[in-house]
Design a protein around this ligand. Structure first.
Ligand SMILES: Cc1cc2nc3c(=O)[nH]c(=O)nc-3n(C[C@H](O)[C@H](O)[C@H](O)COP(=O)(O)O)c2cc1C
Length: 208
């Protein structure tokens, strides 16, 4: 029985969001195929995610060096660490997120910053950083209105690529992905593109 963390990085309702549609379809199918698993849903738009500011950074740094933290530093370090611990406790993680302004929502960026902690999720070596999170299976569900998989916009894709690179840095090398793209660029094909993506999400959820 696996401990599975579902992360939703979009505050829109499913009717208005392709990535939330993917999230709900994946979750529904995963639950049906894995009734005994423990599932935790984390909606990043419903929780308080304080910015990775100087106080939080100072708190996390002092913690790593064994210095005494101020009350505010301790409070903010605890927030980041609680999300990190939840992530580390999961056997499997599903992340659903949109491409917005070529990137990811700020809430998701802040969350990923919490996870990126030297000595906990990666370490520095003479050969460069080495990821320490090597025991986790991850699925990424992404939606982007334009086409980025090839063509002139390919290098502008800093949503899925960013998340994949951050995860690789942590040691998670081969997340499985479902991407719906181009539904805004070609509205006449939008329904078909979304339906195909939902089918892929369902198939993957049933074997994940
Ligand atoms: C704030 C915002 C920014 C967006 N920026 C881009 C963009 O840079 N490029 C693009 O192709 N589509 C962009 N879009 C369209 C989204 O990629 C598209 O709506 C996609 O379906 C997003 O996932 P969602 O439906 O789950 O919100 C943007 C949409 C929003 C709301």
């Amino acid at each position: 029985m696996a401990n599975v963390l579902f992360i939703k990085a979009n505050g829109l309702p499913a009717e208005r969001s392709v990535s939330v549609k993917l999230y709900e379809e994946f979750l529904k199918n995963y639950k049906a195929s894995n009734a005994g698993d423990t599932i935790t849903e984390l909606d990043l738009f419903q929780v308080d995610l304080p910015y990775y500011d100087a106080t939080m950074m100072s708190g996390l740094f002092k913690e790593s060096t064994g210095e005494t933290l101020t009350e505010d530093e301790a409070r903010l370090a605890k927030v980041a660490n609680s999300y990190l611990e939840q992530f580390l406790a999961a056997d499997k993680v599903v992340m659903a997120f949109p491409l917005w302004n070529f990137s990811i929502p700020a809430q998701f960026l802040t969350y990923l910053f919490y996870l990126n902690q030297a000595g906990k999720t990666f370490k520095y070596t003479a050969q460069g950083p080495v990821g320490l999170v090597t025991d986790k299976e991850v699925v990424l569900l992404n939606a982007r209105g334009g086409v980025y998989s090839d063509g002139p916009m390919e290098s502008w894709e800093m949503s899925l690529n960013y998340v994949k690179n951050v995860l690789a840095h942590l040691g998670i090398k081969n997340p499985q992905t479902v991407v719906v793209e181009g539904h805004n660029a070609t509205p006449d094909q939008a329904q078909d593109l979304i339906t195909a993506g939902l089918e892929k999400a369902a198939v993957l959820a049933n074997k994940f």
